[in-house]
Design a protein around this ligand. Structure first.
Ligand code: GSH
Length: 217
């Protein structure tokens, strides 16, 4: 087995890459990294100086690949399976990359900001940053709601990298800024994602760690 994924079972961006790996039953070894442990943090930093996971190591090809979208692109290119994560067609591929960027940049990263604020000490909270993040998330919800009135998956009929991105973004966003009542098509899309076997497996494996998810306050 040449692939190793450095990850954490609760990490939303790691969930994104796990979905891609499970979609195609790609063999890999998962290495859980505790960033609170100096040795484990140093190991991750040695692989990717930014110090964020996921990072994929491919011993067969001598590659270290950081960044969830780039990992999925790499898997699609070098370890393809039944689910094409990025289509060959130029316009369809661009639509997938665009939707992937949309969910990462306009929902996922803002959700992280809100969650990150919960972990800050009481005297270092950032209420303005959180309010700004929530305003931007609401705007993105409106766009996604409009798109998902007519789509099964993020870009249409086919499951793709964009759905790998949407799943953890929408799952955790629902916890920090619920949208089930205001954006029913988006909420229904999340339910379809949760029912997809690849993501259902990710969620089941993460279940024992959900108590570590920081609550408001
Ligand atoms: N753009 C990166 C984001 C990765 C990211 O934010 N990872 C988080 C976990 S979900 C992380 O490593 N956090 C630890 C830290 O920032 O120290 C990607 O798509 O992989």
């Amino acid at each position: 087995m040449s692939l190793t994924l450095y990850m954490h079972p609760l990490s939303s961006y790691c969930h994104k890459t796990l979905i891609a790996l499970y979609e195609n039953a790609t063999p890999f070894t998962a290495v859980s990294v505790n960033l609170g442990d100096p040795d484990e943090r140093a190991m991750l930093l040695k692989l990717w100086d930014v110090g964020k996971f996921p990072v994929l190591q491919d011993d067969a090809r001598g590659e270290v690949v950081p960044e969830s979208s780039i990992i999925i692109d790499y898997l699609d290119q070098h370890y393809p399976g039944a689910t094409r994560l990025i289509p060959d067609n130029g316009d369809a591929a661009r639509a997938v990359r665009f939707a992937d960027r949309f969910y990462d940049l306009h929902i996922h990263n803002h959700m992280q900001k809100v969650v990150g604020n919960r972990l800050r000490p009481a005297d270092a909270k950032d209420p303005h940053g959180v309010e700004d993040a929530k305003i931007r998330m609401r705007a993105a919800y409106d766009i996604a709601e409009r798109d998902m009135t007519s789509r099964r998956w993020a870009t249409g009929d086919d499951f793709s990298m964009a759905d790998c991105a949407a799943a953890p973004a929408l799952f955790y966003a629902a916890k920090v800024l619920p949208y089930a009542d205001s954006h029913p098509h988006l909420a229904a899309y999340l339910e379809r994602l949760k029912a997809r076997p690849s993501y259902a497996r990710v969620l089941k494996e993460a279940e024992p760690y959900f108590h570590m998810f920081p609550q408001e306050g």
